[in-house]
Design a protein around this ligand. Structure first.
Ligand code: ZN
Length: 348
């Protein structure tokens, strides 16, 4: 209910797994009864398996055998790759339970610096909850990012619901991160258009008044309309996978090349934004373009935006009128927190 909503202060946010899980359970209602939440970041009896087992049993009507199996499964997946982040196990015809296994890897936590660790943990928890709440769609892979886009849409709406417009810079940086990751081949999580559309709409829509159910429905709609199509992804991927070391050559092959595919152009233009704005701090070093280069690149991007029809790239052609290039240009920009002059990031 709108009257109960108090916008939380994003700058003083501290992540508490147990508290956030309880909150999610309250919001989800009866649906939550079949979801197991386990925090793999902590240990119990000295082991992660012990921790998962302990947590799965806590307060849930599951058999010991099930908890052991699920715990073993989660532990195996984490052991395969200890740096791997959290994941969701969706229920299928054989199991009644789904699970969110939370394992906040240092990579996600520190991507934008340690001051974003708590928000990044919430981002992860909501992303995984999004998977459970929005189970439709193809198994995600590099050409089918629908499920990942739906999970990101859910988390973005939740952030806006809780923190209002103060959530925008963090979401905007994460949207940039999804495009940045596409350059190393990860198009499975390419939710930039979904996130940017939600961010843009948040200036005219008030998501804080939405019920949890309405948020889920709304996330589905955004994913339906703004997930890149498999056709666009398979045409764009070759541009992302060129083996180049310098960011300049990456941009030259995508947003600054007239022969690049439209989606490759858009993703390149997104990645280029912080460089066209003030520059970035990458592993402690500042990288930026000269004023002259910036102006040159900006006008070439603007010219290309003018001539393209983005509807073909996404699943939205039947529903909405084409976006005006100046709106897309605005949506591409990375909005930084007011206390930051440059985009700071520390990839793996
Ligand atoms: Zn995911």
């Amino acid at each position: 209910m709108a009257a109960d909503i108090i916008k939380e202060d994003i700058n003083n946010y501290t992540f508490d797994f147990a508290e956030e899980v309880q909150r999610l359970i309250n919001e989800m209602g009866p649906k939550a009864a079949n979801i197991l939440f386990a925090n793999m970041s902590v240990r119990h009896d000295g082991t992660r398996l012990g921790a998962v087992f302990h947590q799965l049993m806590g307060g849930k009507n599951v058999t010991e055998e099930y908890a052991r199996e699920a715990g073993q499964y989660a532990a195996n997946r984490i052991c395969e790759d200890p740096t791997r982040s959290s994941f969701a196990v969706q229920s299928d015809s054989e199991t009644d339970f789904s699970a969110i296994i939370f394992n906040q890897g240092t990579f996600t936590k520190n991507f934008f610096g340690p001051e974003y660790a708590d928000l990044s943990s919430l981002f992860t928890l909501y992303h995984e909850a999004g998977h459970i709440l929005l189970p439709e769609g193809d198994e995600p892979d590099e050409l089918h990012p629908y499920k990942e886009c739906a999970a990101d849409a859910y988390l973005a709406l939740r952030f806006l619901q809780r923190f209002g417009s103060d959530a925008i810079p963090f979401l905007s940086m994460k949207s940039w991160m999804r495009s940045f990751a596409a350059f190393s081949g990860d198009t499975k999580h390419l939710s930039t258009a979904v996130l940017d559309k939600i961010i843009a709409d948040s200036t005219t829509h008030d998501f804080t008044t939405y019920s949890h159910e309405k948020i889920v429905e709304c996330a589905r709609e955004y994913a339906d309309q703004w997930t890149p199509t498999p056709e666009a992804l398979s045409a764009a991927r070759p541009f992302f996978l060129r083996k180049v070391k310098k960011i300049r050559s990456l941009l030259a092959g995508t947003c600054l090349s007239s022969s690049s595919h439209d989606l490759a152009f858009l993703v390149g233009a997104k990645v280029a934004q912080p460089f066209l704005q003030t520059g970035i701090i990458y592993q402690g070093k500042r990288k930026y373009f000269t004023k002259k280069k910036r102006a040159e690149y900006e006008s070439s991007i603007a010219a290309r935006l003018d001539s393209m029809n983005i509807d073909e790239l996404f699943n939205n052609s039947a529903v909405r009128p084409a976006l005006k290039p100046k709106h897309i240009a605005r949506a591409l920009q990375v909005i930084l927190p007011s206390n930051r002059k440059w985009l700071v990031f520390n990839p793996r």
